[in-house]
Design a protein around this ligand. Structure first.
Ligand code: CTP
Ligand code: MG
Length: 551
């Protein structure tokens, strides 16, 4: 983990103060250059800092919000807060200043419990007690606590059917499923709470969210991918050597970089399991290509995957974020296709031979690069637009691409999201998966380098297939569903908004019709039944012929 990573954008240089100044300059720069749109790097720095000033408090159910806020504001000004529901009411409170958190923790007490086996680990996850009046006052609370879960598909389909165009349906679906501002804050706060655990060993570490929690394509309820970043510590070793005496840290050498990562994750995993309140069901999955520890964070309801030494995944997260920010149709289409795939069982929450959301997102990006004119540029084009500060080589992989949105030319394709959705189904209904590989680096299909039903080149580790896990049956199912949806998309009956007066039951049309249970399996079953009926009739004809001959 203490290896040299040639990425200038993220590297701490010199002392912590210098590093902070450099980071602030990069942050300012990237906000300025991107016409008000923030780079993921700037967003992460801002949100991490907010999370450090925040606490998570389990409250009793009928809590009076005003009283609660007044009680907490004795420690300092509260900048933001929200309440949410997850098997009980929780509050996330962000103070204006860091000292307020210290003051609040100072005033909190260790609970008096009968068992003496409690682990006295003090964290920013607290519980509020009302010692005066019992905790179940029947007075209704003044504000509603928001659930942090996605609406059901039936709810969403009802909402979609009330819209007046497919484009409105696509926007509505994205709004219904996307992560809310609160949910994103909660994700950063959970990372920050876990950082406090890891900081016992590595005080200067950070834990950063990556993947769909931050790439702009996350759906409410998606997992929380995190990585333990120790490069800020190794960055301190990159000071220019000065003549004369110098002191160096003595460090322990691991057998290999992978073994070091496994050991660090194993030890921090143990710590999370035994000391971190709210973290349960930890599994170490250290022999995976990318070693990780998986656990549930109960107060937030997030399933967490903690990795270390995972800079390439962070780069692919940045790339997806950039594509999502370039054109609003990217996010709309990715959300719609992800939702379509989930409702038809193309993707699954259980690991297996299914297409993953990440693979599906890369497929959408590739499709958008193949439009005429293209809606988004290829990764090679983004690399060619990069400036010196964007240069990034990680473990020998070129991860360089431009970070300045304003420098990326777009080609004025005016297709609507609805048209693009139809074209997406057409495109993959007849894609030559047997021979060709999907490659967003080049933006054109490439000959498949290996035998695998579905080949999607990893954008940065180009020798890897992102969809290695997918079997032929799952790919066939995806193609059949694309064919079916492409066909449905051409049926004016299905695609025309249904007037509200047509019967009392709202009829599903447009996108809602595409999300209804597939007929692919149904057709197969009907065919089987028909074949069964034909063979029964043939059988009876043969029987009667036989009996005729015998007579
Ligand atoms: N990743 C990768 N190569 C893979 C799988 C994942 O680089 N073969 C990176 C991607 O940046 C991805 C992140 O790891 O976004 C997290 O992976 P995963 O949780 O599987 O995908 P998400 O994009 O987070 O989607 P989901 O909402 O399903 O969690
Ligand atoms: Mg994920």
């Amino acid at each position: 983990c203490l290896r040299r990573v040639d990425t200038f954008l993220h590297r701490g240089i010199g002392t912590k103060v210098v590093a902070a100044q450099t980071e602030a300059a990069v942050k300012h720069d990237s906000v300025e250059k991107n016409d008000g749109r923030k780079s993921l790097y700037a967003v992460q720095a801002e949100r991490q800092e907010q999370a450090e000033r925040s606490v998570l408090i389990s409250c009793y159910s009928r809590i009076k919000h005003n009283m609660f806020l007044k009680y907490l504001s004795r420690h300092g000004d509260i900048k933001k807060h929200f309440f949410y529901e997850n098997n009980g009411v929780y509050a996330v409170v962000e103070f204006a200043r860091q000292e307020s958190v210290a003051s609040l923790l100072e005033g909190a007490s260790i609970p008096r419990v009968s068992q003496e086996s409690v682990v006295p680990f003090k964290s920013r996850l607290l519980s509020l007690r009302n010692l005066d009046s019992g905790e179940s006052s029947n007075r209704p609370s003044s504000q509603r606590a928001q659930p942090q879960t996605a609406p059901t598909i039936n709810d969403v389909m009802q909402r979609l059917s009330k819209q007046e165009s497919i484009d409105q349906q696509i926007t509505q679906l994205t709004e219904a499923y996307q992560l809310t501002e609160e949910n994103i804050s909660l994700r950063y706060l959970v990372c920050s709470l876990l950082k406090d655990v890891a900081a016992g060993y590595f005080p200067e570490c950070t834990i950063k969210p990556f993947g769909s929690s931050v790439n702009g394509f996350g759906k409410l309820g998606c997992d929380l991918d995190m990585f333990l970043d120790l490069d800020g510590i190794s960055g301190q070793n990159m000071k220019m050597p000065t003549p004369g005496l110098c002191l160096e840290y003595q460090l322990k050498m691991g057998n290999s970089e992978r073994a070091t990562t496994q050991n660090i994750l194993s030890v921090i995993g143990e710590c999370v399991e035994h000391f971190a309140p709210g973290c349960v069901g930890l599994h170490k999955i250290l022999n995976a290509r990318c070693p990780l520890v998986r656990f549930a964070h109960q107060p937030s309801g997030f399933q967490c995957d903690l990795t270390a030494n995972n800079r390439v995944a962070m780069k692919s997260t940045e790339l997806l974020y950039l594509y999502g920010e370039l054109d609003p149709r990217v996010r709309l289409l990715v959300f719609t296709v992800r939702c379509w795939a989930r409702t038809h069982g193309v993707t699954s929450s259980i690991p297996g031979a299914w297409i993953t959301n990440f693979s599906l997102t890369v497929m959408v990006l590739f499709f958008l690069q193949k439009r005429s004119p293209p809606i988004i540029p290829t990764l090679d084009e983004l690399r060619d637009l990069a400036g010196p500060a964007d240069k990034s080589v990680i473990e020998g992989n070129d991860c360089t691409f431009v970070s300045d949105f304003g420098n990326i030319p777009l080609h004025g394709n005016t297709a609507t999201p609805g048209q693009l959705l139809r074209e997406f189904f057409d495109f993959y209904a007849s894609f030559p998966f047997n021979k060709m590989s999907i490659c967003i680096r080049k933006g054109t299909e490439q000959n498949k380098p290996e035998v695998a039903p579905l080949h999607i080149q990893n954008p940065f580790e180009t020798s890897l297939n992102v969809s290695k896990n997918v079997n032929a049956a799952q790919l066939q199912r995806f193609t059949a569903l694309c064919q079916e949806s492409a066909w449905l998309s051409c049926q004016s009956q299905t695609m025309m908004p249904k007037s509200k007066s047509e019967g009392s039951n709202l009829q599903h049309w447009g996108l809602a019709a595409l999300l209804q249970p597939s007929r692919v399996a149904g057709v197969k079953r009907r065919k089987q039944r028909a074949v069964g009926r034909i063979s029964e009739s043939l059988q009876s004809v043969i029987e009667s012929l036989k009996s005729g001959i015998q007579q």
